[in-house]
Design a protein around this ligand. Structure first.
Ligand code: PGA
Length: 260
């Protein structure tokens, strides 16, 4: 299966900073074995029009951090799939931990967004993950399966190829987060793959599942080496082009996969 490395820029970087970052990232990544992996970056809405038409930004998929489920209407402050389509974007991220836990989005809302994203032809990256409390209560697997089941309700067989999943435990994200151990990440990824198989059959097994949450140059290789981890979704450690290139290089180095 193809591998994936991506970053969500969250509410960081101005338009000019995003352009500089993406142009540099394009040249930084050029000498890595690009047929083995995809790079995707999810910048701010304000920079998208500019970066999606920049000829110096190559071989990088671009996505939106969120999206309304309606094409247009009285939804003040929202951005619609129709508007994102105009910008030539490849993908849309739905249900990032901060959308769920800072802005209170529910599984039902994520589902409406997933269906809208697919209907408008985007690749949809659904983020899922348990909180520290849910983990402590032994509910991690149940929570992940619920988020997948609810989030993908109504997805049609022909749309499965446009779905990606990012497993990002809430307790692992950001400055105060602790990265998941490679063993724990593998166990959860296996569970995710089992749930996807239950939902979609064989086609579900081909859905890329990425790990995110405090990925850094020190743990990237061990996490990426796990057989059920198809890629890394990186925040802070990817926001300098050179550092992100180095992280990808480290993850790909040697290429040996660890049996779980
Ligand atoms: P982090 O962010 O790598 O900075 O922990 C991950 C994320 O929010 O996707």
């Amino acid at each position: 299966m193809k591998k994936y490395f991506g970053s969500n820029l969250k509410m960081y970087k101005t338009v000019a900073e995003t352009v500089d970052y993406l142009e540099e990232l394009s040249s930084q990544m050029a000498d890595l074995p690009r047929d083995e992996f995809e790079i995707f970056i999810i910048p701010s809405y304000t920079s998208m029009d500019r970066v999606s038409h920049d000829e110096n930004i190559r071989d990088i998929l671009l996505g939106a951090q969120n999206m309304c489920w309606e094409a247009e209407g009285p939804f003040t402050g929202e951005i619609s799939p129709k508007m994102l389509k105009e910008l030539n974007l490849d993908m849309v991220m739905i249900g990032h931990s901060e959308r769920r836990h800072v802005f209170g989005e529910s599984d039902e809302e994520e589902n409406r967004k997933v269906l809208a994203g697919l209907a408008w032809g985007f690749t949809v990256l659904l983020c899922i993950g348990e909180t520290a409390e849910e983990k402590a209560a032994g509910q991690s697997k149940e929570v992940l399966c619920r988020q997948l089941r609810e989030g993908f309700k109504g997805v049609q067989p022909e749309q499965i190829g446009k779905i990606w999943v990012a497993y990002e435990p809430v307790w692992s994200i950001g400055e105060s987060g602790t990265p998941a151990s490679p063993e724990y990440a593998e166990e959860m990824h296996k569970e995710i793959k089992t749930c996807l198989f239950e939902l979609f059959g064989e086609a579900g097994a081909a859905i890329p599942t990425l790990y995110g949450g405090s990925v850094n140059p020190g743990n990237a290789k061990a996490l990426f080496a796990r057989p059920s981890v198809d890629g890394l979704f990186v925040g802070r450690s990817a926001w300098q082009a050179k550092a992100f290139r180095e992280l990808v290089r480290i993850a790909l180095s040697d290429g040996e996969r660890v049996d779980s």
